[in-house]
Design a protein around this ligand. Sequence first.
Ligand code: GTP
Ligand code: MG
Length: 652
Amino acid sequence: MKENIRNIVILAHADAGKTSITELMLFHSGMIKKPGSVDDGSTHTDFLAVERERGISVRSAHTTFLWNDVRINLVDTPGHVDFSADVERILTAVDGAVLVISAAEGIQAHTGTLWNALRARNIPAILFVNKLDRMGADIENVLMDIRKEWYLEPLCMQSADHIGTTDVETTDLFSKDNIAENIAETIVAGDEYLMEAYLDGAVPDFETLEKQLAQMVSRCDIYPVLFGSARLNMGIDRLLDAMIKYLPAPDGDAADVMSARVFGISYDKTMGKVAHVRLFGGSMSNRELVRNSTQSVDEKVVQLRRMSGSRFEELQQVVAGDIAGVCGFSSASVGDWLGEGASDTSDFKPLQMPLLTVRVKAVNEKEYSALAAALQQLCSEDPSLNFEWLRDEKEMNISVMGWIQMEVLERILLDRFGIAATFEQPTVIYKETPSFVAEGFVRYWMPKPCWAILKFRIGPGEPGSGVVYHSEVSVDDVAQKYQNEVEQTISASLKQGIKGWEVTDIEITLIEGEDHEVHSRPGDFVIATPMGIMNGLVNSGTTLLEPFVSFRIKATEELLGPVTSDITKMRGSFENPEMDNGKFTLNGFLPVATSHDYPVKLSSRSGGKASISTQFAGYRPCADELGVVRPYKGISPLDEAKWILKARGAMQ
Ligand SMILES: Nc1nc2c(ncn2[C@@H]2O[C@H](COP(=O)(O)OP(=O)(O)OP(=O)(O)O)[C@@H](O)[C@H]2O)c(=O)[nH]1
Ligand SMILES: [Mg+2]
């Protein structure tokens, strides 16, 4: 355990106050002389021009400071759902979280997503209820929602008076001089011996209770709740104390073999690629040669950095438990494991998936190659962009979560790369799945030398099951080495189906096959597999799948009629509304294709009085005429002669 380090992420829905709180923490720790403000674009962590102008964070930013001799590596994250992939990467590198909730806006759908992500990964957290000064702030409402929606009994460490005004005040309910009974009871209940003693009338001292509380928080048994207001610079010291006292120190020993993980990539004007790494064991020194076990390369550390906003301090060494930026790892990608340490097999549901695909063009055609290079670089920083470059068609596509992300990318291309780019109207990312069980056959034996005969049975899989493949063919008919090629080519064969979209929820079985002792080569099976699969898809036919979101709308009663009629028009569905005090809450599902601009419409229809939050809820079947069917991009395996010619050309 590295008692003197904490790696913490600060999370929340958009605008809850994360950057403002981070800024105040830097100020209280003495790292900065004067706190900047989000509203005039002067904060330490929102340092990109687009962030300063818009007053929102668009990517995570690292800070580091000391609080009572403990180094806190704090990552400020963007709250807008469009940037969820970034948040997700950070969750692999931290040991604790501060989940901020605005007392005025309450629990939003995105707060729920973040909460679920913390629970799934067992990351301990402190809940910080911010904006206590704001008109409409309502702590009781926040606590009620936490109980109702998260099935959690939060442990309130403070009480507050004059909420919703700038005179708001908080009282600590857990300090040396004042220990609220309910807090003491909750804490002793976590330990048999303390509980027994307590029932016999022995109240443990404050230090014992604090230690016990820290253990319970680390085990995710308890989530302490603190109050504050970044606007009034209130509650920050208490939060910092709680972060070092209750959130766990990182595991790991500097004497162990080195093990680290790349959890982010950024670029520096002079040094190029910076890999952000978290050390789980051992140490890493400047100038050292480090094994990247994922990429199977050895690369030299050219510079080690302790990052803080846009600035950094050079280090000679980092040890287990710490986080650093490393220059010199030119092959590193997000998720890579360094050293000999364990690799990660955990597989978490993504916070949010990109649901839109969009074509990007250079305004000036001469910048076409520069744009491709820039997009490649951006994609190495954020693999969820899924950059697709169809060279023959001179077409470049990326996947995005939403409009804000697109606008921000446009700005980044201009500010950082000097390239003016335009984004065409994005399309929802559809998928396709076989409609029925059918067979697909390929006999690839001309022009010689080649020999690969395959027959597949393909059929629809369970919704959400992805791709399931197995072989019933004996290695006497198709040798194992060839069968391996078939299996490895399946995923590439499904990138585009017969309606132009990725094929999913599919079961594929190799049922017959034949190789040839003299004529077959492994490459023949790479060429043949997509032909056989596509033939099968033609025979089975495919059904389009479209993405859906679940939504929650809160508004005043008179809007119930118009809102439900909107939902029906958008092909959505909803449950019975919950009515409360002249307001209703409506939950349901909507297709992304029909509803992406609904939040804006709803807000203008209601004069800002209605709120909607949405969350990805999976893919569902969709009639062709309601979706988009596209022509195959590039040469289709169905165009056998051309396909063979091109594939052979590529293999030479
Ligand atoms: N009244 C009030 N306003 C606050 C408080 N904290 C932050 N704000 C304001 O809320 C807005 C958003 O604050 P940020 O700190 O940018 O919030 P954020 O969570 O970092 O937002 P994103 O990074 O865009 O997700 C700004 O206008 C802040 O001045 C608070 O305690 N009270
Ligand atoms: Mg921010």
